[in-house]
Design a protein around this ligand. Structure first.
Ligand code: PLP
Length: 397
């Protein structure tokens, strides 16, 4: 067997399950789950209809590159959303089966095992796929702590030049899971300069980009940043996006990658062998989804309502602020995050994710320790009810 499989860590939800073995939640309360970041707003009918109307496509093998139609819909969405000229949809855009598989497969494409000590930088705490992808590509993950004292931003100066020399791939997550931080233009400028100097590729995970509070201030995307910095060819950059959160279709498995044409040519080659073609009915549903913004605005409004109602309640006892974007509250706990999560489940039947499960020890600390992640995915009423129960629990500590 592949020995690198033994280097994979148990997934955070498996660790949560283990933590809560033997816990019997108080029967007086019904369960409210804020632990998993699975969107629960309804899937728009227009997407369901498009899917149903194109089931005849199941009779054909899809092409890995996707139809020109789906690439054009994605390309036009990118141009509208990111205020960039239309990308070349033959070379700079590819549909993928959700961003998760693409983020994983990307490391397998990019990492050159013949170069010694291949390194992959990722934020800490982070979405666990980055680490697994790096390990199975034979690279060493380098964890860059994102800390409250600098607003959870990535501090590129924290890594020594000797480390950057071996870096082949950098994962960034903006808006970040779990902290909600959005990268600034200045941070992009610094990262692009490093990518040019050390010849690495940037994978920009933007799957939360469409969940934000101010309709007039969407989060800065990497493609916009590149354009504003005069990088019209998007060299060294590939953006990963998804319909899962934007359009409430986590089961559809649909997203895209876009950016550096040379890198994407290799990624398409990899995907042809790996088997990354998108189901034709899913391609049709994706076109319908990318072409419609009304449902996305409605979705955003619902999250904004939840953040406005819940954040002040939670912040009474657990310091936290409304994130730049995304649907998580990242809240500080007065006791160990694992103990907090376990006791909260036991006493109030509210499930949250211990922050330490999303982090690794780097520079002597696990920056997720003493934080919990609350996914505001359930209804407004349940989010408010959970916040009240959390407050009662905190008063009892
Ligand atoms: C940061 C981040 N990236 C990527 C994904 C994958 O999303 P999908 O595969 O549904 O596009 C998730 C899912 O929760 C996530 O939190």
């Amino acid at each position: 067997m592949n020995p690198d499989l033994a280097r994979l860590q148990p997934y955070p939800f498996e660790r949560l399950r283990q933590l809560c073995l033997g816990v019997s939640p108080a029967p007086t309360f019904r369960e409210i789950r804020l632990s998993i970041g699975e969107p629960q707003h309804a899937t728009p009918i227009l997407i369901q209809q498009a899917l149903a109307e194109h089931l005849a496509g199941l009779a054909q093998y899809p092409n890995t590159q996707g139809t020109r139609g789906v690439r054009e819909a994605i390309g036009q969405w990118i141009a509208r959303r990111y205020a960039v000229p239309l990308l070349d949809v033959e070379t700079q855009v590819l549909p993928v089966n959700g961003s998760r598989e693409a983020l994983f497969a990307f490391a397998q494409t990019v990492i050159d095992r013949t170069r010694p000590q291949a390194k992959v930088v990722c934020p800490n705490p982070f979405y666990q796929i980055y680490e697994g992808a790096a390990l199975l590509a034979g690279a060493e993950p380098i964890y860059l702590n994102t800390l409250p004292e600098n607003g959870f931003a990535m501090d590129w100066t924290a890594l020594a030049e000797s480390v950057w020399r071996d870096v082949q791939l950098v994962y960034v997550c903006s808006p970040a899971n779990p902290t909600g931080n959005v990268m600034t233009l200045e941070s992009w400028r610094a990262l692009f300069a490093l990518a040019d100097r050390h010849d690495f590729v940037i994978a920009s995970d933007e799957c939360y980009s469409e969940i934000y509070s101010d309709e007039n201030a969407p989060p800065l995307g990497a493609l916009t940043a590149a354009k504003q910095l005069g990088r019209d060819d998007y060299r060294h950059l590939v953006v990963f996006s998804s319909l899962s959160k934007r359009s409430n279709v986590p089961g559809l498995r649909s997203g895209f990658v876009a950016g550096d044409a040379e890198v994407l040519k290799k990624f398409l080659l990899y995907r042809t062998y790996h088997g990354g073609a998108m189901n034709p009915a899913v391609q049709a549903a994706s076109i319908a989804a990318w072409n419609d913004e009304a449902h996305v605005q409605d979705n955003r409004r619902r999250y904004a309502e939840k953040f406005a109602a819940v954040t002040p309640l939670i912040a009474r006892h657990l310091p936290c602020t409304i994130p730049d974007a995304g649907f998580y509250l990242w809240a500080k706990t007065p006791i160990a995050d694992t103990e907090f999560a376990r006791q909260l489940l036991q006493q109030k039947n509210v499930a949250v994710l211990p922050g330490s499960y999303l982090g690794r020890v780097a520079d002597g600390i696990n920056p997720g320790e003493n934080f919990i992640r609350l996914a505001l995915v359930t209804s407004l009423e349940d989010c408010i009810e959970a916040a009240h129960r959390i407050n009662d629990f905190c008063l009892s500590l």
